[in-house]
Design a protein around this ligand. Structure first.
Ligand SMILES: C[S@@+](CC[C@H](N)C(=O)[O-])C[C@H]1O[C@@H](n2cnc3c(N)ncnc32)[C@H](O)[C@@H]1O
Length: 298
């Protein structure tokens, strides 16, 4: 099923305009061409400010200009993802997970956490600033540049002992293979929805391989979701993204379990926030929500 809002013609017009802006990189000089780019950081949450002041040691009056400057660099020079443009990366969303206290305790006790598709690695900084030893943390992304810029954002190059691995998650021969069967917990935020349905199955199988083959291994995170699950048009003409609800996400893990000889217990729920408003774009259908999930190996 392919869904588009508000009408196919309006949707296609907006999609094709955005595709053009990506292709000619006109967002570099004029980022506001992309609807999800918000120039000003007006509502920094107290917990995020606290992390920049007390973990990164940015003086209070410099926090907003510092974040804005580095965010703009990432948006313009690496890739203009919505999570950068609309400040979503400042959610530090791992801290909002229903399993956060468990995850923090386990990583403090020596278990290994991998942030897959980490982008600016903000969720690693959240757990490290809450006391998890950074030696127990791993981060991976297609783009090394995001990680490099994140060290300037969080000013922790000399202290952070996270192992970063540049890798394409879909490449079975990537450097991620060194972590196979060694990871206890994978965090995957706004990551699965980068792929179409079959791509998500492939990523989930890669996740199964990275995790220790034992009960209690965990994958948690959040993805674009909707009450009515289905394909949505990608910015690129022939690509699709799949938005899940709790049932379709559970079904995906049933299939992954069958095809990998494993069993998974899925807890997932759709949040209240309408992400179409956050995106300020018809490319994301009204009623899009974050599907927050915890998937646990039985
Ligand atoms: C939408 S961003 C989400 C970033 C971050 N986890 C967050 O919640 O803010 C998706 C990230 O996935 C990375 N990515 C996209 N395709 C990938 C692939 N095939 N392999 C690894 N990372 C990929 C992108 O570079 C980007 O950093």
């Amino acid at each position: 099923m392919s869904q588009a809002a508000p009408s196919d013609a309006a949707h296609e017009k907006e999609r094709s305009a955005v595709e053009q802006i990506f292709a000619n990189k006109s967002y570099v000089d004029n980022p506001e061409l992309l609807p999800w780019y918000m120039k000003d950081l007006d509502n920094l949450k107290p917990a995020a400010r606290d992390l920049f002041e007390n973990y990164s040691k940015v003086p209070s009056n410099e926090v907003i200009p510092h974040i804005t400057k580095v965010r703009d660099q990432a948006f313009k020079t690496v890739f203009p993802y919505p999570c950068l443009g609309n400040w979503g990366f400042l959610d530090f969303s791992i801290g909002e997970s229903q399993a956060y206290d468990e995850v923090l305790g386990r990583v403090k006790n020596g278990e290994k956490l991998l942030d897959l598709g980490c982008c600016m690695g903000q969720d690693i900084r959240k757990i490290v600033s809450d006391g998890a030893p950074s030696e127990n943390t791993y981060a991976s992304d297609l783009k090394q540049e995001f990680w490099d810029i994140s060290l300037d954002l969080f000013l922790d190059k000399s202290t952070l002992k996270t192992t970063f691995i540049q890798a394409d998650v879909l490449d079975d021969d990537s450097k991620l293979a060194q972590l196979d069967a060694k990871i206890n917990i994978i965090y995957a935020s706004s990551f699965f929805h980068v792929f179409d349905y079959e791509g998500q199955v492939q990523v989930a199988k890669r996740v199964v391989k990275l995790l220790k083959p034992e009960s209690g291994s965990l994958v948690l995170g959040r993805s674009g979701g909707k009450g009515e699950a289905g394909d949505f048009t990608h910015v690129k003409k022939d690509l699709k993204s799949y938005w899940h609800n709790a049932e379709s996400w559970t079904k995906l893990w049933e299939r992954v379990g069958e095809e990998t000889g494993t069993q998974w217990k899925v807890d997932a729920f759709l949040g209240d926030e309408d992400l179409a408003k956050r995106m300020r774009s018809n490319l994301v259908p009204a009623g899009t929500r974050f599907l927050t999930f915890v998937v646990r190996r039985v």
